[in-house]
Design a protein around this ligand. Structure first.
Ligand code: ADP
Length: 996
């Protein structure tokens, strides 16, 4: 029996799966006495319970992870929400839409560019549009980049989260597998219990049927069944525990499924984000591409614009030449007709003479008549001769103009040919240039060209010089020797186009400035310096100059001696830089303290002061050993330089230069008694002649301006219209005849302004800087000026009119005075900044200033104030320039740069720079202000009222006008190029003459 039971027990053991975790639960049937102990033993030490604990531990271990995973998921959701918000945010949509729009606009503007003929439509507006579009595109790229970075961050987080979740899933899956296994074991154990119960039943039946002894029965009924029933109880308990465990695992499984589902969702989100990222990247690329395309467009436009401008200028010049030529031809024809009429009259008179001759002898009366007739004939003959001469001069002039016209035309043709050549040159592949380089190296190694020539040629190749390209092309059929000769001709003609220009002047902004002359000297010099020329300036060392604006001001140890009044005087020489330009200041050690007067001009001995300075300046150049190409003098104060140079200094060795003289205002001629000229060493007898320096209206006076016209190689004035005006008797201030006889070298070039010094975008004098694209700051400056000057600020839209000027008759003082009252009547405010060297004018304006001193709409500031002038340009809506005559005028240009609309009289340079908004004869893109012709109150009123009307009734139209005028190019760039051309031509002519 024991054996059977033992066998049964063994078979039972076999039924229990050999699961590691089940081992402790093994029922030891071999040692039934221990069963109790085992079943009722310390459960805490039961590995089975310990397994459960560890199991439940592991569940708890998961919890923190899964708890953590909730915030992570939430975070991810939050990020996704943010992304979604970003991608659908109005900004984002706007940006993309804007980008699309701008790309459309860019496209359309490119079309316009493509179809525009002669670049006429390449207006500043398109350029502005393009720049605006580029800005938008840049903004969009910036936004997209941001979105992209955020999307990438999100993606990274999500991937990380996915990884964490994947880890959890793996753990949970392992646990699931384990739970499954345990469930399976539990099921098997249940079956085993059932089997045991069956066996027990069978045993009971067997025992009862065999009628065994009481002890056995007792044993069977009490001992065995007791142990068995204990086992059953333990199994069912364990089963219950597993059931609970199973339920908890099922719950866990459910939770995992939910997580899995969430994970799938996250996956989908990741995918959507990925797609979004890809689309963002592609739109970014598209934008980048468009951006670079638009940049190319912009550069093309600016080069086209420059070309176009050049061509316009040339065409205008040609038109002017043609007009002149036509006028002269008309005059010639008129003169010819007059001549013919005179001839007819002469013929008639000759006939009458013949007839008279018949009667000559017969009567004394007839004899007298005859004499009279002869006198008349003589007069007519003289007139005929004069008119012949006039015709000849007209024909000569006509021929000259035609020649000039032809020259310009040839130049234009050559230029266009050159441009064509340049295009070809630029298209040559790198191989071409490399081959040329190697060829030069070969020649050098074979000692066919010198090291210097080889270097020059290499330099030309490196710069892709068109001439070397042409030389190579033209030598294709030639022998090597001929080719080398052609190439060497290039090196021998290589001369530096850089010029050495020295200005000798009485003013230079901002150190010593009274008016426009100072601005011109600095502006022109800076522009020429930028073009690569060496530019220096010589100024008097005034006591009242603003030396705080001079960098590195220092006196040289050695004085320069110069002649005056029969003896030599020492001059202390100071050097320093102004606005990056090298400047020499001359301080005469003369008892007259010439420049120690507290003012620049207006002294009784101005003639002496400036003739002394002119001579000292040339002496300085001579003694320092300068070899300038051009000496440029300005106005009567330094006009002495021209005769001094040719009459004295060329012989002394200062002979490299051509003299250029610019007259900034023919009203100021600096005439003086002829004898005064001798002080600076000039020969009065030799120069006080009608064809030299003698004043045209007083024989005993010397005219420095006339002297400069006669003795200079180039004579310029400051605008084409003014150049035309001074050629006439009315405008020439007595010098029209002189200008006429020197007309070949006389030209009008419109001044520019120094766009660095006058720039509202960087102007430190202003409260708020602004530019044409953002003119909000202008209103703030208006507010600031009103506060500073204690003017009413109640009405923002009340137009503020300004005037910045020297108060001299030329500037139309009566119209300036009228402008104050008319502005008030029209409901505007008026600010005047100016001062007068004329006492009665100064007094008159002081009275007006006092009258309005506490008025809420008018303020007069009667002094020179550089910083206030900047503020007024920026604050005003309009600026009045009602000049009677105006050589060039800078205030209208500066005003426009600051968005203040000019109201100007059509004269001189104003006529060349201000074009009426309502003048249909002027192309609309050039219209930039309000003009009037007649210098009276009615004329002025008309212009002012039109300006007020537009300002008050068309806010947008006014704003557009302000932005347009701010974009007009008044820089020195193009005017300096004209000076450069004049200089270069003059220098080339001089060299050619020398060679001849
Ligand atoms: P002009 O040379 O005949 O005086 P322009 O118009 O050519 O006239 O040049 C005038 C220059 O002088 C401008 O730069 C203008 O701003 C400046 N200016 C004139 N008067 C004053 C003043 N009172 N205070 C400051 N700047 C002035």
């Amino acid at each position: 029996m024991e054996d059977v039971m033992a066998a049964e027990g063994r078979s039972l053991i076999k039924l229990i799966p050999q699961n590691k975790r089940q081992q402790p639960k093994k029922i030891n049937l071999d040692h039934p006495e221990n069963t109790n102990i085992q079943v009722n033993g310390d459960e805490g030490s039961d590995p089975g319970i310990s397994f459960k604990d560890s199991n439940s531990d592991s569940i708890e271990e998961i919890k923190p992870i899964s708890d953590d995973s909730i915030p992570i998921t939430r975070e991810a959701e939050h990020i996704n929400e943010e992304d979604a918000r970003n991608s659908s945010a109005p900004n984002g949509v706007d940006s993309v839409a804007e980008a699309k729009n701008s790309s459309k606009i860019m496209h359309s503007s490119t079309n316009i560019l493509g179809t525009s003929e002669g670049g006429e439509q390449l207006s500043g507006i398109h350029l502005e549009d393009l720049i605006g579009m580029i800005r938008n595109a840049e903004k969009n790229i910036h936004l997209l980049n941001h979105a992209r970075i955020r999307a990438l961050d999100d993606l990274e987080k999500i991937l990380h989260e996915k990884e964490v979740l994947q880890g959890e899933i793996n753990i949970l899956e392992t646990k699931l597998a384990e739970t499954d296994a345990r469930l399976r074991v539990a099921a098997q154990e249940k079956i085993h219990v059932e089997l045991l119960e069956d066996q027990l039943e069978k045993l009971r039946n067997e025992l009862s049927s065999r009628n065994s002894s009481e002890e056995l029965v007792y044993n069977v009924n009490n001992s065995l069944p007791f142990s068995q029933s204990n086992d059953v109880n333990s199994y069912s308990e364990e089963f219950d525990v597993w059931k609970t465990e199973n339920i908890s695992l099922k719950n866990e499984l459910q939770a995992l499924k939910t997580q899995l589902f969430n994970l799938k969702k996250t996956d989908e989100r990741v995918q959507i984000l990925e797609e979004e990222r890809i689309s963002l990247e592609s739109s970014l690329k598209e934008l980048e591409f468009k951006f670079s395309a638009s940049q190319e467009d912009v550069s093309n436009i600016s080069s086209l614009k420059a070309e176009c401008k050049n061509l316009y200028e040339k065409v205008e010049h040609l038109q002017q030449l043609l007009e002149n030529a036509t006028k002269q031809a008309d005059q010639a024809i008129l003169a010819l007709q007059q001549n013919q009429e005179l001839r007819k009259k002469v013929d008639q008179l000759e006939k009458s003479l013949e007839e008279a001759n018949v009667y000559k002898l017969s009567s004394e009366k007839m004899q007298q008549y005859n004499e009279l007739m002869q006198q008349k004939i003589q007069i007519l003959d003289e007139r005929l001769q004069r008119s012949d001469e006039e015709i000849e001069s007209y024909v000569q002039l006509y021929q000259n103009s035609m020649k000039e016209f032809q020259d310009t035309l040839t130049n234009l043709k050559e230029e266009s040919k050159k441009r064509l050549r340049d295009d070809t040159v630029n298209e040559m592949p790198s191989e071409f240039w490399s081959r040329l380089l190697l060829m030069i190296d070969g020649w050098f190694l074979e000692k066919k060209v010198s090291a210097e020539d080889a270097m020059l040629l290499r330099d030309m190749i490196w710069k892709r010089d068109g001439s070397i390209h042409n030389a190579y092309m033209s030598s294709k059929e030639k022998t090597e020797r001929e080719t080398i000769a052609t190439f060497l001709r290039l090196t021998s003609s290589t001369s530096s186009p850089r010029l050495h220009v020295i200005h000798i002047a009485a003013e230079m902004a901002p150190v010593a400035k009274v008016g426009g002359l100072g601005d011109v000297v600095t502006g022109l010099s800076k522009a020429l310096q930028k073009k690569g020329h060496l530019v220096e300036i010589v100024l008097p060392k005034y006591d009242c100059a603003r030396y705080q604006l001079v960098q590195d001001l220092k006196a040289l140890n050695v004085p320069v001696e110069s002649y005056f009044d029969g003896r030599l005087y020492k001059n202390k020489i100071w050097t320093g830089t102004v606005e990056g330009l090298p400047v020499y200041f001359i301080e005469p050690q003369h008892p007259g303290n010439f420049f120690w007067r507290g003012q620049f001009y207006g002294e009784n001995d101005d003639f002496k002061r400036f003739s002394f300075f002119s001579r000292a300046a040339l002496e300085l150049l001579l003694q320092v050993g300068k070899k300038p190409d051009i000496i440029h003098c300005h106005d009567w104060q330094t006009a002495f330089v021209a005769p001094l140079y040719w009459d004295l200094y060329v012989a002394k060795g200062l002979n490299s230069a051509r003299i250029c003289f610019t007259c900034h205002n023919f009203e100021y001629q600096g005439t003086a008694p002829a004898t005064e000229l001798a002080s600076c060493g000039l020969d009065v007898y030799h120069l006080n002649r009608p064809d030299r320096m003698q004043d045209n209206s007083a024989q005993d006076r010397i005219n420095p301006i006339k002297g400069a016209i006669v003795f200079s190689n180039i004579v310029t004035t400051v605008s084409p219209t003014y150049a035309q005006e001074v050629r006439s008797a009315e405008g020439g201030q007595g010098l029209h005849a002189t200008l006429h006889s020197h007309s070949k070298k006389f030209v009008g070039i419109l001044n520019g302004i120094d766009t660095e010094a006058w720039n509202p975008a960087t102007d430190n004098f202003l409260k708020v800087q602004y530019n044409a694209y953002d003119i909000e700051g202008k209103a703030e400056n208006k507010e600031d000026l009103r506060r500073c000057l204690r003017l009413s600020s109640r009405d923002v839209r009340r137009p503020l009119v300004g005037c910045i000027t020297r108060l001299v008759p030329q500037k139309g003082v009566h119209l300036i005075r009228h402008a104050i009252y008319r502005t008030l009547e029209l409901g505007g405010q008026f600010v005047l900044l100016g001062s007068s060297p004329v006492p009665h004018i100064q007094k008159e304006f002081e009275d007006i200033a006092n009258h309005f001193q506490s008025h809420e709409h008018v303020r007069l500031i009667l002094k020179y104030d550089e910083s206030l002038s900047h503020l007024i340009y920026a604050a005003t809506d309009m600026l009045t320039i009602p000049s009677i005559f105006e050589p060039c005028g800078l205030t209208q240009m500066i005003a426009m740069r600051y968005g203040s609309i000019p109201i100007a009289r059509k004269t001189g340079g104003l006529n060349d720079s201000v074009f009426d908004v309502d003048d249909d004869a002027i192309p609309i893109q050039y219209r930039n202000g309000f003009t009037f012709l007649t210098a009276d109150e009615q004329g002025f009123n008309n212009a002012l009222e039109r300006a007020f009307y537009l300002y008050k009734n068309n806010i947008d139209g006014w704003k557009q006008l302000v932005q347009k005028v701010m974009g007009v190019d008044f820089s020195w760039e193009s005017s300096a190029a004209l000076y450069e051309e004049l200089y270069a031509k003059s220098v080339a002519r001089a060299r050619a003459t020398k060679r001849a």
